[in-house]
Design a protein around this ligand. Structure first.
Ligand code: SGN
Ligand code: CA
Length: 528
């Protein structure tokens, strides 16, 4: 069922090297689509990716997907923040094209959502969990969505049945999201294909674990990244200006959950005084369980009166343990969903994708959070299980979240609209990899001034070299500061040394600058 929406696919020549890919990617028989997207899940914490942290906290169910599909080692986002990533997924457009540049309001609802296109082509569409964008879920037959960022415990959901109200449900967010996903699958019209977005809250800040995992990993010491004590001496203003340091910016009460310290200003750089387990929505019984688990650990910590590096390292361990406890629940729930699909014979006609809305820092550069074009936040986990496709393989081609919309349309037998410049991933998931693929990626982050104080920047990466252009604007929109950085990921994978001024690399710099200029022109980027 090929139903062209627009004239033939015409990718911008300099942006894509695969003019032949879309045609061959389009399925004859529409496949079901399940897009599982967690919030802030780092590739470092999925055992299939092999990072040392993940070996101590394995993710067997996500790994099952990897064993039965393709694991992408160079999957990136175009703007490392939640609502921009979600807007990109749903429109197939870059932030400046879909309007969702920053975290708050933004999405241009006159743009077509892929949910609408799929619906018009006979699909049943559903979204459960974190929607986050400040617009209604356009083009969905079924939705069960959180309020804004969502809540870990006993979260509120809005659905077509709730008359615009958010209704609280008892349970842990990851389990409830899966319940609603399964509910959609149970009650769908089995004669029609479907597209279901399963969007978890976990492991977003402030990393609140499921009660049964409050003590998990308590005796595990997670390895710290070599650059945890980065002093940013060989980077520019942006890396020094940020406020996302585990040591300096994480809050003892809100982030690290030492509620015993709520009045100790010395431990709390920005006291988040409203926070308590009760404020996190726990029932009195759940709160008792929380106190029983965290109380003794917290008192031992307060007693130890740590300072300096000992304190920083304690913070790192508490952060990692809570984050990984959240991942454990996500992994369980991925397993439950996969089991359901297997039991109902749906694995042969369903594309299953596991990804996150962006990457996350696990202490690299001393950080948590994301936003930067540096690898850990720019890159995101991506595993695709494609029916009849490659199994247990790793793909290092450059892919980006602008590719999801074209991929899902192709899986539905729909030709790619001309305005989408992403590439369907089918050639990488099925059969042999194509000889030609894109050679670089464009990135643009806009959310400044804002929380975590990461300067605006755009840039281009070819997988080995990365050129980043940081800039700032005054109230009138005039650019008042510019700084460029260049990294060689082969020689310096942790991006510790900005080599923009190195003469022997001048040619590389020129080449990347030319590509960056081409992207800006062809995509009609309106600020940089
Ligand atoms: C919240 C968090 C930030 C985080 C943003 C964006 N602060 O504002 O730490 O960067 O979300 O995250 S919190 O105090 O509310 O936890 S995103 O994943 O939605 O983009
Ligand atoms: Ca996120």
């Amino acid at each position: 069922m090929k139903r062209p929406l627009t004239p033939a696919v015409a990718l911008l020549p300099a942006l894509a090297a695969t003019a032949c890919a879309p045609q061959s990617a389009v399925e004859r028989k529409p496949l079901n689509i399940i897009h599982i997207m967690t919030d802030d899940h780092s590739y470092q914490t999925i055992s299939a990716y092999g990072h040392p942290i993940s070996q101590l906290a394995p993710t067997p169910n996500i790994d099952r997907l990897a064993a039965e599909g393709v694991t992408f080692t160079r999957a990136y986002v175009e703007n490392s923040l939640s609502t921009p990533s979600r807007a990109c997924l749903i429109t197939g457009l870059y932030s400046h094209q879909n309007g969702q540049r920053r975290l708050g309001a933004g999405i241009d609802t006159t743009k077509t959502f892929i949910s609408e296109i799929l619906q018009q082509n006979g699909y049943q569409t559903g979204v459960v969990g974190k929607w986050h964008m400040r617009c209604d879920p356009k083009g969905f037959d079924y939705y069960y969505i959180f309020n804004d960022q969502g809540e870990y415990y006993n979260p509120r959901f809005r659905s077509p049945q709730s008359n615009g109200e958010y209704v609280r449900e008892e349970g842990y967010s990851a389990a409830l999201v899966t319940d609603h996903a399964i509910d959609f699958l149970e009650h769908r019209d089995k004669d029609k294909p479907f597209c279901l977005l399963v969007h978890h809250k976990a492991p977003h800040r402030n990393w609140m674990p499921e009660p049964k995992y409050y003590d998990l990993y308590e005796d595990v010491e997670f390895p710290m990244p070599d650059n945890f004590y980065d002093d940013y001496s060989e980077r520019g203003t942006a890396a020094r200006n940020q406020k996302m340091s585990i040591d300096k910016d994480m809050e003892m009460v809100y982030d690290l959950k030492v509620i015993e310290l709520k009045d100790e200003k010395s431990y709390v750089p920005e006291p988040n005084s409203y926070w308590s387990p009760a404020a996190a929505g726990l029932t009195p019984e759940q709160q008792e369980a929380w106190n029983a688990a965290y109380g003794p650990k917290n008192r031992a910590f307060v007693e130890a009166n740590l300072s300096g590096r000992e304190l920083a390292e304690w913070k790192y361990q508490r952060y990692m343990r809570d984050y990984l406890r959240c991942i454990r629940s996500v992994d369980d729930e991925v397993g439950r969903l996969l089991d359901y699909l297997k039991e109902h014979d749906m694995l042969d006609n369903t594309v299953i994708v596991y990804t996150s809305d962006q990457g996350f820092y696990m202490g690299e550069h001393g950080w948590f959070d994301k936003r930067f074009m540096y690898e850990e936040s720019f890159r995101t986990p991506l595993i695709v299980r494609y029916p009849g496709g490659r199994q247990g393989e790793v793909c290092d081609r450059l892919v980006q979240n602008i590719d999801y919309a074209p991929t899902y349309l192709a899986a539905a037998g729909i030709e790619q609209p001309e305005y989408m410049t992403g590439l369907p991933l089918q050639p990488l998931c099925k059969g042999r990899e194509p000889r030609q693929w894109r050679e670089d990626l464009y990135y643009h982050y806009y959310d400044y001034p804002a929380e975590h104080r990461v300067l605006r920047h755009d840039g281009v990466s070819d997988g080995r070299y990365k050129l980043i252009h940081f800039y700032d604007k005054d109230k009138n929109g005039n650019v008042v500061m510019r700084e460029d950085e260049l990294y060689d990921l082969e020689a310096d994978p942790s991006e510790m040394h900005n080599i923009i001024d190195r003469e022997d690399i001048a040619r590389v710099r020129e080449r990347l600058q030319k590509r960056l200029d081409e992207y800006r022109t062809q995509l009609a980027v309106d600020e940089y």
